[in-house]
Design a binder for this molecule. Sequence first.
Ligand code: ATP
Length: 235
Amino acid sequence: MLELNDITVFYGKHLAVDTVNITLAKGEIVVVLGANGAGKSTMLKAVAGMVPIATGTVAIDGQIFNGIPAHQIPDKGIAFVPEGRGVVGQMTVEENLRLGATPARARAFEDETLEQVFDIFPRLKERQNQFVQTMSGGEQRMVEVGRAMMAKPEFLLLDEPSLGLAPIIVGDMFKALDRVRETGVGLLIVEQNVKISLRHADRGYLLEAGRITGSGSSQELINDAAVRQAFLGGD
Ligand code: ATP
């Protein structure tokens, strides 16, 4: 179980994440919904060791790990796919994927995990030897998710996995994320695409101005008047 316990993050004097509590079990998909600037990316970056946590703890199965540098986070079983393109354009799909197998326990299973990634993203297998810079935005996003899987994480943090993808590709991406979950990985997803993310998530939280203002099962959130008003066009 990944737990964020009362975590608080400041940028200077600006309180970006305010005593946030979130839990994520292995094999679960949890989505965090919130408007622009609500603090969603900051919350993920805090877990990934990329911004300092002022107060509170982040723990896996009760073992606190906040304060360790970002490059040691994969060793803790956490992989982070930030917003935006993080691929190496001048390398092939396979080379990019293999870059993700950095933790010692992932290296031992590198070829096996690569096959698993190709099974989940057949398009990446088809384009295994293609330079990533020649691929579409959606395919590059798949490379990023695949590379995160190569670290054999127990928990995968995804910042806007569907951002900038064509609608038909968004569906493919979420189907792939369902398959990742089936391998036992817990997924914490921050998404603007509320409708599809709630369709695939088990549970969700609402984040407003850095604070959790609501939570529930996906069905509860879909039926929630405030969620419908804010994110689902009020219909
Ligand atoms: P978006 O969907 O627009 O990325 P978000 O919910 O992910 O929004 P954050 O990016 O986490 O929100 O930003 C939370 C708050 O912190 C915002 O008010 C933002 O302006 C501020 N902020 C984010 N990054 C920094 C930074 N590096 N320095 C100072 N303030 C920042």
